[in-house]
Design a protein around this ligand. Structure first.
Ligand code: SF4
Ligand code: SF4
Length: 387
């Protein structure tokens, strides 16, 4: 059953369950009188609220700031009790939903595979509707139009390297994390795309809208993706940043937006390994970005690429593949809890000996790591190898 259908079915069951006049209503079930919009998430919220916190060790935020309220259970319970109206819509409860990078780590550790990420994003949207979201979230929403404008300008600047920047049918979405803040990596991504296509790629202008989703402006995110998809045109698009890819494939689709086929660039390169030349390289330690590994299920592909380029398998963090630990860069955490976010990156890097070089595949993680030490994006190694 498609994820959207499942959510619709759960929402219908939840609404029915919350009808206390039903003869077989669950004993103790009470309506979400404060945040009725979260009825669609009742199953997910109740699963956590009545759970003995089996996934607590999986949350990187709790690792960095060990507080009971910041475990996945604590965050979901805060959302649950504010929805019921049992807890006030005050900062101490509301901010719990924003203490999450959306890393899907708890889902992997959960026997129910409970979708904490999406549910906490839904609760953020409910808090935005009520006007009680944290200042960092309100600011992100208020300044998104400027962010979009700056992103379009940064994509247009890539045009100077010979790439079309005002496409009718975009070939590739590079992602604002690269085009705005990591221009060298953005150019590398454009070069890789050109090599794959055999012509100058048309680069999608603008942002995928993920900052709006993270901040809690779900309606704004949905409207933005609908407009962007219309503008980009085409039925298939390569996507470089896995955060953009999950925004489109997981979150936008769940909100009912029709998106083109999204092809992660790393996956596409892994299908053309023969095009990669071997290069001299130090030992590379590969960090699994949450959105690529748990979000999109791509763990073997980046490793195959690095093995092909360097002639040996990359070294591994203690936790890796689908159990890899978050860099702290997602879900607006660097804005809502900056020190916690940076502490998460530092904790990841403590494992890496100085002679090894960290490679990741996500703009946000790369920037987070570079605040601590040198690190590369896989796209840089691919571009060098295809040069
Ligand atoms: S995600 Fe699963 S294991 Fe974690 S608190 Fe919720 S129900 Fe329990
Ligand atoms: S999605 Fe990640 S950051 Fe959020 S509660 Fe789960 S483990 Fe923690």
């Amino acid at each position: 059953m498609a994820r959207g259908e499942k959510r619709a079915r759960d929402a219908a069951a939840n609404l029915a369950a919350s009808d206390l006049s039903r003869p077989n209503a669950r004993p103790g079930a009470r309506p979400f009188r404060a945040l009725p919009v979260l009825e669609k998430d009742r199953t997910s919220l109740e699963t956590c609220a009545f759970c003995p916190k089996l996934c607590r060790g999986a949350c990187p935020v709790t690792d960095a700031l060990p507080r009971e309220t910041l475990t996945p259970w604590g965050k979901m319970s805060s959302a649950y009790f504010t929805a019921l109206g049992d807890a006030p819509l005050e900062a101490s409860f509301v901010e719990a939903s924003y203490a999450c990078t959306g890393c899907f780590g708890c889902r992997e550790a959960c026997d129910h595979k409970n979708d904490v990420t999406t549910t906490l994003f839904d609760s953020r949207a409910a808090y935005v509707d009520k006007g009680v979201a944290p200042a960092a979230a309100k600011e992100t929403i208020a300044h998104f139009a400027e962010h979009e404008e700056r992103t379009r300008e940064s994509v247009a600047r890539l045009g100077g390297a010979g790439f079309a920047s005002t496409p009718s049918e975009a070939d590739v979405l590079i992602g604002c994390g690269y085009t705005l803040k990591l221009e060298e990596e953005a150019r590398a991504a454009a070069h890789v795309t050109r090599a794959l296509l055999g012509r100058a790629p048309k680069i999608a202008g603008g942002c995928c809208g993920l900052p709006l989703l993270h901040a809690g402006d779900q309606d704004g995110f949905k409207a933005h993706v609908e407009r962007a998809v219309q503008r980009w045109g085409g039925k298939r698009i390569l996507v470089v940043d896995p955060g953009c890819a999950t925004a489109l494939t997981t979150h936008a689709k769940a909100l009912g937006v029709e998106v083109p086929e999204v092809v992660p660039l790393v996956g596409e390169v892994a299908r053309s390994l023969h095009r990669l030349k071997t290069l001299p390289a130090p030992v590379l330690r590969y960090h699994d970005p949450c959105q690529l590994s748990r979000g999109l299920g791509l763990t073997a592909e980046p490793r195959a690429i690095l093995q092909r380029i360097t002639g040996r398998a990359p070294s591994e963090f203690v936790d890796h593949h689908e159990h890899g630990r978050c860099s702290g860069a997602g879900g607006l955490l660097p804005k809502t809890l900056p020190q916690v976010a940076q502490g998460m990156a530092r904790a990841r890097l403590e494992e890496v000996p100085s002679e090894e070089r960290v490679v990741t595949a996500c703009a946000s993680s790369l920037r987070q790591f570079r605040k601590e030490r040198e690190a590369d994006d896989i796209v840089t190694w691919i571009a060098r190898s295809m040069a």
